[in-house]
Design a protein around this ligand. Structure first.
Ligand code: KG4
Ligand code: ZN
Length: 351
């Protein structure tokens, strides 16, 4: 018997994503983004995002079905992001999933967006190993996780105590007058810059921090340091090299992310590292992680950039894995949770 056909719906932030997966094979990955509508506000506006999801949802589902060459009646299950994310935005995806589940009479898996960012790598590199360390770096989260053979067992090793890595990229980009979202722009500017030109601080890496919070992150210090440095240069009347600031800031962030991820692998004895989330698209993070993992004998897995940023395929991939592992579907009355903890991979509760 072939693996079940799963349609995944993602609507936690500004991307309406619909993916279709069979087993670990990606059949369609349709994404409609409202990012341009938020750009002039310098950040995602929840009401604007919700309205855009309402408009994009049905056309994106149709586009995904056409790309996969399937119709809705071929589907075996629906997976949908139940959290974390923007409440109104999440509700558009979950009500669509509930409507499809009811009319097609198929199960629905209400899942955690963050676990999706890690499990999506199965679509690129095949089934995950029995144990892996996950480095999850997105616009709202930065965490180190342990992912077991049973995908429902995700343990948090540490997380950011202030800004998420992506948030720091976006804020520094704004200081440098780069468009929103700033991560890809910093990445691009940094290619022309010298990462050693300015020595920005590495958060939570003093020896006491490494002992007491080895797997936690802090990015507010580097953000303040960059802001102060820019102001000083302006007061001195010096020209600011955007590529040098971008490269030096980016180096400070990815240095800490990779260093702590490798420490987590060494301490847990796990020799597989999976990196996911929007910031995993960063070219310097990918290169430095590859270099350091090779030196430490750790197998590195990072999905292609398109699968790192928010999409529906990652939700379908997680639903597919849960179904293959025999997980019970969610009750139709499941709630959305904007602050869903990373350890809750699948919603079992009624709202
Ligand atoms: O996972 P994601 O698409 O959405 C959330 O779940 O938050 O992550 C979005 C974040 C944004 O902060 C964006 O600036 C950042 O990922 N990002 C990047 C790159 N591409 C996206 N950050 C650094 N370098 C990139 N190439
Ligand atoms: Zn995300």
């Amino acid at each position: 018997m072939s693996d079940p056909l799963i349609l995944g719906i993602e609507s936690s932030c500004d991307e309406t994503g619909v993916g279709i997966v069979r087993g670990t094979t990606l059949l369609a990955d349709a994404v409609a983004s409202s990012v341009d509508e938020h750009a002039r506000f310098g950040g995602v506006v929840p009401e604007v995002a919700s309205r855009a999801h309402v408009e994009a949802m049905v056309p994106t589902i149709k586009r995904a079905c056409a790309a996969a060459g399937v119709s809705l009646t071929d589907l075996d299950a629906i997976a949908v992001t139940a959290g974390p994310g923007l409440s109104g935005a999440l509700l558009i995806g979950t009500s669509t999933a509930k409507a499809l589940s009811t009319t097609l009479d198929i199960p629905v898996f209400a899942v955690n967006h963050l676990a999706g960012h890690v499990v999506v790598d199965e679509l690129e590199h095949g089934p995950l190993p029995a144990a892996a360390v996950g480095l999850l770096v997105s616009g709202g989260h930065s965490s180190l996780l342990m992912v077991g053979d049973d995908v429902q067992v995700v343990t948090s090793l540490g997380a950011t105590i202030d800004d998420a890595a992506g948030e720091a990229f976006d804020k520094i980009a704004r200081l440098l007058d780069l468009p929103f979202p700033g991560g890809p722009w910093i990445d691009r500017e940094a290619l022309q810059g010298d990462p050693k030109s300015i020595d920005f601080p590495r958060g939570l890496t003093a020896s006491r921090d490494l002992q007491e919070r080895p797997y936690d992150f802090s990015f507010s210090g580097v953000k303040t340091a960059v802001a102060r440095w820019i102001k000083q240069q302006q007061q001195l009347g010096n020209d600011i090299s955007v590529p040098d600031v971008a490269a030096s800031f980016q180096e400070a962030v990815v240095d800490v992310l990779t260093r702590k991820a490798i420490t987590a692998c060494k301490d847990t004895g796990i020799d597989h590292l999976v990196i996911g989330g929007g910031v995993a698209a960063n070219s310097r993070l990918r290169a430095l992680a590859a270099e350091r993992c090779a030196a430490a004998g750790i197998n590195l897995r990072i999905p292609r950039p398109q699968l790192c940023t928010d999409n529906g395929a990652m939700i379908a991939a997680l639903g597919s894995k849960l179904m293959r592992q025999g997980a019970q579907p969610s009750p139709l009355g499941f709630p959305t949770l904007s602050v869903l903890p990373v350890s809750t991979v699948l919603m079992h509760e009624q709202g």
